[in-house]
Design a protein around this ligand. Structure first.
Ligand code: PEP
Ligand code: MG
Length: 558
């Protein structure tokens, strides 16, 4: 029996709990075991379908009863769709034409998918629900648990193939003590969500879904080791020690500075009013990345300027004050963050397509309206408001964007996510007031490795020397220009890497609020000179693990 599975560590901390496996697909083994289902005739097969559908619909209704508002409505609609008579007729027709039950269901759903897609609009959006229903019905038929995050009672370690933002909306860190997934790299959404929740997380843990059911897991988010059924006493002692260590971190109260008082602005990454309000209570100098697109993931049409301004004002207001500011990022729609009213559909290669600032090339209105709303919110709240564009590749783009932002009385910057922006950092800084390095995308584009690809986690690692070189170039340009250059990608949340970034000349670090104390405490324990030594050592290393070791060695030697 497997005793330990190793993945990529993304959020440090130790957690112990029973595994709760959430599957997003029916396993091929179960499908082949089920075979033709052994039904005597079509009627018997249809009866099995009816029973499975009834159970699935009942599950939706139970969840709807426990939810409220829009969520309850969506779940009730799904229950209706599962028991749809037209869908049942299509299954029966496929059975009559000689198919066995699983293909009959699969093809009936695909026929509906084609029809719904052709209708467009709201109906087309039900396609995801249809496919979800298919998976649930097939899971019931073959005797597997239905996919989705169902937590039951008590604290659990959530184990999944991968997690979509919708799966994890509203997860309670009291109930989910750690996340472990098979897919996803250090910059995947699972990692981002885990940091927001402040719980240990390991991604790219191949084999965990098959191995974890019914077992207790000890998740080490610092090393990536997931122990199955560990020695109870030893595990409890380790978790207790981790709790003590974390309590020490919790005593760190800011502001961000090294042991020899070199200031480093520590900022929060936020997604909405709730996360901004929570972050404002912590030891942060403001927000370094407000991902505006995350508020619009479920919107079909563009919110009005007034509605946007209300939302932005809600995020800005808690950071009103002398020493604080908020960096609002304009819509980064496209690729891994599809937004119905903005994303260009059917792109061959969305990560390299019309995403972020590029959406304004053909339609400037979307950006103009968003900037109007941000300016209105800034005026209303009086909060110092900086605005930056994602996915900037050329100096002309930076100049045009800065003009649009400054004409509204706001501070203008651009993100460095495309290697060209890092290589042209001096010239970019001649046009804008600040730069913010998005190491998640900068790593993806530098290493030509999809940030979601678990097989490539060793490449999508911000400790890669090539990525550090580009950060070094950009930070040095900032020092020459006397303008701030921050990091707002997940790299800023890694306490050791944070020291390296400061050593490279980075002036601010923006991260999930839960990561601020560990990073602040680590920085408080090293001098600027040590940070510089760590940076030089990491830059000179041959690969990410050598870079980590070299940086650690500087601290160990003291
Ligand atoms: C980044 O790419 O590092 C970044 C901060 O943007 P996002 O993760 O939202 O793409
Ligand atoms: Mg990005």
């Amino acid at each position: 029996m497997v005793t330990t599975i190793h993945g990529t560590p993304v959020v440090p901390g130790l957690a112990l709990g029973p595994a709760r496996v959430t599957v997003s697909d029916v396993s091929p083994e179960a499908i082949s075991r089920y075979g033709d289902g052994g039904h005597a005739d079509d009627d018997q097969a249809l009866a099995a379908y009816d029973a499975a559908v009834a159970t699935v619909a009942e599950g939706f209704r139970a969840k709807a009863a426990a939810a409220d508002g829009a969520t309850a409505g969506v779940l009730t609609a799904s229950a209706g769709l599962a028991t749809d008579r037209g869908l049942r007729s299509a299954v029966r027709k496929n059975l009559r034409s000689g198919e066995t039950l699983l293909p009959a269901v699969d093809h009936a759903v695909e026929q509906f998918v084609t029809v719904f897609t052709g209708m467009g609009g709201l109906m087309a959006e039900r396609v995801t629900d249809l496919r979800d229903i298919r998976t649930r019905v097939m899971a019931r038929l073959v005797g597997e648990p239905e996919p989705g995050v169902s937590l039951g009672t008590g604290p659990v370690v959530l184990v999944a193939t991968d997690l979509a933002p919708a799966d994890t909306a509203g997860l309670d860190p009291q109930q989910v003590v750690a996340l472990v997934t098979e897919r996803g790299g250090p910059t995947s959404h699972t990692a981002i969500i885990a940091r927001q929740l402040g719980i240990p997380c390991v991604v790219g843990a191949t084999g965990i879904v098959a191995a974890a059911e019914g077992r207790t897991l000890l998740v080490d988010g610092a090393t990536g080791a997931v122990q199955l059924d560990p020695d109870a006493a030893e595990a409890a002692a380790r978790v207790q020690q981790d709790v003590t260590d974390r309590a020490a971190l919790a005593r760190w109260s800011g502001p961000g500075r090294t042991s020899d008082d070199h200031p480093v602005k520590l900022l929060a990454n936020v997604a909405d009013v709730a996360s901004a309000t929570a972050a404002a209570d912590g030891p942060v100098s403001g927000v370094g990345l407000f991902r505006t697109e995350l508020s619009f993931l479920d919107r079909e049409s563009e919110p009005s300027v007034e509605e946007q301004a209300d939302l932005y004002a809600g995020v800005l207001a808690p950071f009103h004050g002398e020493d604080r500011h908020v960096v609002v990022r304009t819509l980064d729609a496209g690729s891994d963050k599809p937004i119905a009213f903005a994303t260009h559909p059917d792109e061959e290669n969305p990560a390299l397509g019309v995403r972020g600032l590029r959406l304004s090339f053909t339609d400037h209105g979307l950006l103009d309206r968003q900037l109007d709303a941000i300016a209105d919110a800034a005026n209303r709240t009086g909060t110092s408001t900086w605005v930056m564009a994602p996915m900037v590749a050329t100096v002309d783009e930076a100049r045009d964007f800065a003009a649009a932002v400054r004409s509204r009385g706001l501070v203008a910057g651009v993100m460095v996510e495309v290697p060209s922006a890092a290589l042209l950092a001096d010239r970019m800084l001649a046009e804008v007031d600040f730069l913010s390095i998005g190491t998640n995308d900068l790593t993806q584009y530098t290493m030509a490795a999809d940030r979601m690809a678990s097989d490539l986690a060793h490449l999508t690692d911000p400790w890669q020397p090539a990525v550090l070189q580009l950060v070094a170039l950009t930070a040095a340009a900032g020092q020459r220009a006397g303008k701030p250059v921050g990091v707002c990608g997940e790299a800023a949340a890694d306490p050791l890497l944070a020291c390296v970034l400061v050593g490279l000349g980075i002036t601010s670090l923006s991260m999930a609020a839960a990561a601020v104390r560990p990073v602040g405490a680590r920085l408080a324990g090293v001098s600027l000179e040590q940070c510089r030594e760590m940076a030089n050592a990491a830059l000179a290393a041959a690969n990410p693990s050598a870079a980590r070791e070299a940086a650690l060695m500087v601290v160990a030697v003291g």
